[in-house]
Write a protein that binds this ligand. Structure first.
Ligand code: PMV
Length: 328
């Protein structure tokens, strides 16, 4: 076995969709940013040919040669670690590892199931820690493998979550053109509020598909508006125009509400943001629960956070992350 170290630790950031969710499924752009909340994975080889994964309350301890159906017959807490198991299998097969296993410990600062990219960040961080056992980090290789593995969770994933978690930064994703980085002229501060209502991306995406089938020309109008919002958002970031960027967030949220993917709790959180000095706010991710993002002025971020935190939701101040996955 050609490992060059026995234990490696990596960390990868969460993400928020700033603009364009749902419309991106139908060939429109989306703008996605890595944020400074991370998942850290430590990988240590063992000589018992077992994969032992621990992540908060969840754990999975199985022989390395287990097949998919063995894992999927476990309880839900273990099944949630299936994509991580797939990452191990993939890297072990690629590296021809035999008679060896791995202990993985996953620590997360990212709430799960609220549209903040926790599954992508855990795949990216796991793959990075595993590859680090053999060689220095190669981000292109990490991205390609993590993207394949994340498809065990989101079958039709665009790969954008894994992309921003691997490379960091703010990315404009256009399904037919790929990824391009946006470099904003100034620092923007975001507030993220989680509703605690977990969503299933697959279910919400299929509700939108039905909406589109029933209202095809109306959906096209909404898509054209969403597309234009993304274009304007790139200019406002390039110019450092935070009040325009804030208004665009709210405009994008209104389109998502029309699509039917908001939720009364999300509407409540957005109103609280707008009533307390946010420059704009929207749901982020699939919707029907999950999280909201609000753009707030850099110089009054702490005061606004204090006011907003008195109401419902759990709130954190975040900044964009430009590092992506890193060795720790
Ligand atoms: O909630 P999330 O992070 O799974 O985001 C889903 C984004 C959608 O545009 C709704 C679906 C997709 O595959 O792009």
């Amino acid at each position: 076995m050609n490992t060059h170290i026995n234990r490696a630790v990596s960390s990868a950031p969460a993400k928020v969709i700033l603009f364009g969710e749902h419309f991106v499924v139908y060939n429109n752009p989306a703008i996605v940013a890595a944020i400074n909340r991370r998942i850290r994975v430590s990988a240590q080889l063992n000589d018992m040919s077992r994969v032992n994964i621990k992540s908060g309350e969840n754990s999975l301890c199985v022989p390395v040669n287990s097949n998919d159906s063995d894992i999927l017959s476990h309880d839900n807490s273990s099944i949630s670690l299936f994509p991580i198991f797939k990452c191990v299998k993939h890297v072990f097969e690629e590296k021809n590892l035999v008679n060896v296993g791995v202990n993985l410990e996953i620590e997360s600062q990212i709430p799960h199931g609220e549209g903040l990219g926790s599954s992508a960040a855990s795949c990216v961080s796991t793959v990075a820690a595993l590859y680090s056992l053999f060689s220095d980090l190669d981000k292109n290789q990490i991205y390609e493998t993590a993207r394949l593995m994340e498809q065990n969770i989101h079958t039709n994933s665009s790969g954008v979550d894994c992309y921003v978690s691997t490379f960091g930064g703010i990315v404009n994703f256009e399904p037919e053109k790929g990824f391009s980085k946006i470099r904003p002229k100034k620092k923007f501060t975001l507030l993220i509020g989680t509703s605690g209502i977990k969503h299933s991306t697959g279910k919400v995406v299929s509700q939108v598909r039905q909406f589109r089938q029933k209202n095809s020309s109306f959906f096209d109008d909404l898509s054209a508006k969403a597309h234009l919002i993304c274009k304007k958002a790139i200019s406002s970031m390039n110019e450092g125009n935070e009040s325009e960027l804030g208004s665009l967030l709210t405009e994008n949220h209104n389109l998502l509400s029309i699509l039917g993917v908001s939720h009364p709790e999300i509407e409540k959180l957005i109103k609280i943001c707008l009533d307390n000095g946010a420059l704009g706010a929207k749901l982020t991710g699939a919707g029907k629960g999950g999280a909201v993002i609000a753009l707030i002025p850099n110089d009054s971020s702490k005061e606004i956070l204090a006011k907003i935190s008195r109401g419902p939701g759990k709130w954190i101040l975040v900044e964009f992350d430009y590092d992506g996955v890193i060795p720790v």
